[in-house]
Structure formats: structure tokens, C-alpha cells
Write a protein that binds this ligand. Structure first.
Ligand SMILES: CC(C)(COP(=O)(O)OP(=O)(O)OC[C@H]1O[C@@H](n2cnc3c(N)ncnc32)[C@H](O)[C@@H]1OP(=O)(O)O)[C@@H](O)C(=O)NCCC(=O)NCCS
Length: 396
């Protein structure tokens, strides 16, 4: 055998690995920074959330979802002309290819809308088969398409699964107002549209949460932005993350009236069940988004006479009595469901609405990830065996 052949069949000796201190295993990566980011900032002790340095309360009061998305994506507030242009681009890209509608029609009506959304986004990516996004313009256009089409997908699946026809988006309405129009076919109530707009602003980004991290991991492999968003959607759907808003309203429905709340929650505490919509890895005080949504939840339920808000106050009280010392407070999902229910939205659509907002954050992180990209490849602590014999199947 020639030297060359020997060289190709013998395993090369590994390069010596420089000795580095082995870090401890940190479950859930709590407190471990995985990237430098300037997209958003949370101070969990003070209850502060900023997007690109601007307090979320300011944005909720003065901004729109479109403007906030521009801010997250580009790092700066747009000029009037830039904002008009961005809004126009979002409106232009709202429509879905008819084959995507056909695909949604093939999905089971019993399927969860988050799964339909994930499937829909992955499928939309197949219409734009570009594998590499090398120029800022290519990336910008992909961001616009993804943000613009998400509400159309959510509304289309919700109507189709109930046996109604999809409603084609209008381009003369805002992002939030058009969503209502596509859900109902009616001219949206401006006050309701503004409340949804604020909810979208409040959900648009939240530092290195599970879905954003999932998106950044996929982005770090240079996968396309449709894959980035569909993987982030999968992560968001879980009950420990975005799925908590649906679970919260289901809990309130199960409780039924404020007088039952204490008994139900006490029982959950005894059984060591987690109370949905409460607790947070970062916030050890009230989530600032929950404070804003609580005001809307109260206003809307006072008008409608619905008891969800009264139930929520009781649940909050009992949670506080049992868990204040653990820093467990209502999070964004505690009141958002009440607001959405008052806006006439079905509980299964709560998490998709969260996703319609968070897509702007995910994509801002994707753009940031690509600037100094290095593929994520963490390590593990191996706890399995070594040098085990292979036992033939007949002897097992
Ligand atoms: C958000 C969440 C996943 C954070 O998880 P985390 O940082 O890993 O915290 P842990 O799940 O380890 O909880 C720490 C302690 O607080 C308790 N805890 C956390 N959230 C709780 C909740 N909602 N209800 C009751 N107890 C809770 C845990 O049981 C644990 O108690 P222990 O130390 O006695 O074992 C967690 O608070 C939770 O599951 N909340 C409910 C789901 C939810 O609302 N998610 C949306 C978040 S925006």
C-alpha cells in the first residue's frame, strides 16, 4: 500500500486541544450570555424593558407596530419618509400565494394555529428558494415579507379551519387594523385596532428568550430567514414560553368566577402546579408589559362586564401570598389573553398573535447574528458509557 493510501485510511491524530477550564453545566443556560446584542434590554430587578434604548412604555404610548419594527430592525427611529416607505412595503407584501392558501386548506382544522403558522412560514420560504442572503437589500426584503405575511397566515388559517373563505388583505389599513379586517371582513374599530397595535409593540422583542435563541442558532448555520422564523415559532409555541397566554385564559375560564379563584389556585399550589402567566426567568418584579396590559384588560372588561379581570386580580393576590418571596409575579401572558379575548380573538390565536409581533424581534436578532457570525456549537457533559460491546440481536 502506498504512503498516500495509508494516510487516507488511518485516522489522523487530533490537533491537541488547548487546556481550558471546563465551565460548569448551567441548566437552561441561566445567566449565560450567548451573544452581544443591542436590540433590546431587560432589567429584571427594576422591571425595565427597552428596545434599542427606548423604554417600552414610551413606545406603547407614542409609536406603532410598524415604526417599532423599523426601530428594532435598523437600530433607529425612521424619518417620516422612511416610515411611510416601510409601511408601504409591508402593505405590498401582505398577500399570500394561492398555493399557500391551498396548503392551509389541507391542514386539519383541529390542528393548532401555531403549527399551521410554522408550516405556512416554512412553505412560503420555498417560493423564495434563495439559499444565501448576502446583501443588506436581500435581507431587508426577506424581513419585510415575513413580517407582512404573518398576520395574513394567522387570519387565513383561523377562517379556513372554521369553514369560511380567506379574506384578501387590504393595503390601506395599518398592520393591526388589517389583521382585524382579515379575521372578520368588517371595517375594524379604530380603538380595538390601536389596542392590538400596542399589544404588538409590547411583544415585539424580549432579549435572549428561548425562541430568539432558537432563531439565532438556526441563523448561525446560515439557514435562510424562513427557517429561522419557523424554528423560532416552534420554540414559542410551548407552554413555558408563548403558549402561556392561552393556558392562562383557560385557567380563568376553568375558575369561572372570582369567588372560586382562591380555592383553585390554592389547590394548584398544593399540587406544586405552575400557575400559567406567572413567573419569569429574568423579571423578579412585575413585568412592565403586564402593567400596561393590565390597564387595557381592566378598561375592556369594565365595559363588557366579563369577569376575567376580577378572576385575574384574585389569582394575582393568591400567587403573591404564596410566591412573592420567590419573585413570582404576573408576566406579559397573564393579562394579554384577557385583552385579546375582549378584542374577540379565539384563545388558540393568542400565541400566533404573539408571533406576529415577535417576528420583528427574531429578524432583528437574525440580522445582528449575521454581522459577526459564528455557528453555535456548544458542548455537553457526557454521562454515558464507553467501549461497550456490540451484542448481536439474537443474544439480547
Ligand atoms: C417562565 C418560567 C418558565 C421561568 O422558568 P425558570 O426561570 O426556569 O424558573 P423555574 O421553573 O426553575 O422556577 C423557579 C421556582 O419558581 C417556581 N415557579 C416558577 N414559575 C412558577 C409559576 N408560574 N407558578 C408556580 N411556581 C412557579 C418553580 O416551581 C420553582 O420552584 P422551586 O425552586 O421550589 O422548585 C416559569 O416561571 C414558568 O413556567 N411560568 C409559567 C409559564 C409562563 O407563564 N410562561 C411565560 C413566560 S413569559
Amino acid at each position: 500500500m502506498s504512503d498516500q493510501a495509508t494516510a487516507t485510511t488511518t485516522a489522523p491524530v487530533g490537533k491537541p486541544v488547548p487546556a481550558v477550564a471546563k465551565p460548569d453545566l448551567i441548566p437552561g443556560l441561566e445567566g449565560v450570555p450567548i451573544a452581544e446584542s443591542s436590540v433590546s434590554h431587560v432589567d429584571g430587578q427594576a422591571g425595565v424593558l427597552e428596545y434599542r434604548g427606548i423604554h417600552v412604555e414610551q413606545l406603547a404610548e407614542h409609536s406603532t407596530f410598524e415604526e417599532t419594527s423599523y426601530l428594532l430592525l435598523t437600530g433607529k427611529l425612521p424619518t417620516k419618509t422612511e416610515l411611510e416607505e416601510f409601511k408601504g412595503q409591508l402593505a405590498t407584501h401582505r398577500r399570500l400565494k394561492y398555493r399557500i392558501i391551498e396548503l392551509l386548506k389541507c391542514l386539519p382544522e383541529t390542528g393548532h394555529p401555531m403549527d399551521a403558522l410554522q408550516a405556512g412560514i416554512a412553505a412560503i420560504g420555498m417560493f423564495y428558494p434563495q439559499r444565501q442572503y448576502n446583501t443588506p437589500e436581500e435581507r431587508r426584503l426577506a424581513c419585510v415579507r415575513l413580517i407582512a405575511k404573518m398576520p395574513t397566515l394567522v387570519a387565513a388559517f383561523e377562517r379556513l379551519r372554521k369553514g369560511d373563505e380567506q379574506i384578501v388583505p387590504r393595503d390601506d389599513l395599518t398592520h393591526a387594523a388589517n389583521f382585524f379586517y382579515m379575521m372578520t371582513g368588517e371595517d375594524p374599530d379604530p380603538q380595538k385596532a390601536r389596542i392590538l397595535d400596542v399589544a404588538l409593540i409590547l411583544h415585539a422583542d424580549h432579549t435572549m428568550n428561548a425562541s430568539t435563541f432558537a432563531g439565532r442558532v438556526v441563523g448561525s448555520t446560515l439557514a435562510d430567514p424562513y427557517c429561522v422564523v419557523s424554528s423560532a415559532l416552534g420554540a414559542l409555541s410551548g407552554p413555558l414560553h408563548g403558549g402561556a397566554n392561552e393556558d392562562t385564559i383557560q385557567l380563568f375560564n376553568r375558575i369561572g368566577s372570582a369567588k372560586n379563584a382562591r380555592a383553585v389556585v390554592e389547590e394548584m399550589v398544593t399540587r406544586k402546579e405552575k400557575i400559567p402567566g406567572c413567573g419569569h426567568r429574568i423579571y423578579k418584579t412585575v413585568d412592565p408589559r403586564a402593567k400596561i396590559l393590565k390597564v387595557y384588560a381592566e378598561q375592556l372588561t369594565r365595559k363588557s362586564g366579563n369577569c376575567h379581570f376580577e378572576i385575574a386580580l384574585e389569582v394575582e393576590k393568591v400567587v403573591h401570598e404564596h410566591y412573592a418571596d420567590k419573585g413570582i409575579w404576573p408576566n406579559v401572558d397573564f393579562f394579554s389573553g384577557i385583552v385579546y379575548a375582549e378584542l374577540g380573538i379565539a384563545p388558540v390565536c393568542f400565541t400566533p398573535i404573539f408571533a406576529m409581533a415577535r417576528v420583528s424581534g427574531w429578524l432583528s436578532h437574525w440580522l445582528e447574528q449575521l454581522v459577526n457570525n459564528r455557528i453555535f456549537r456548544p458542548t455537553q457533559r457526557y454521562v454515558g458509557g464507553h467501549d461497550q460491546p456490540y451484542i448481536p440481536i439474537t443474544q439480547r
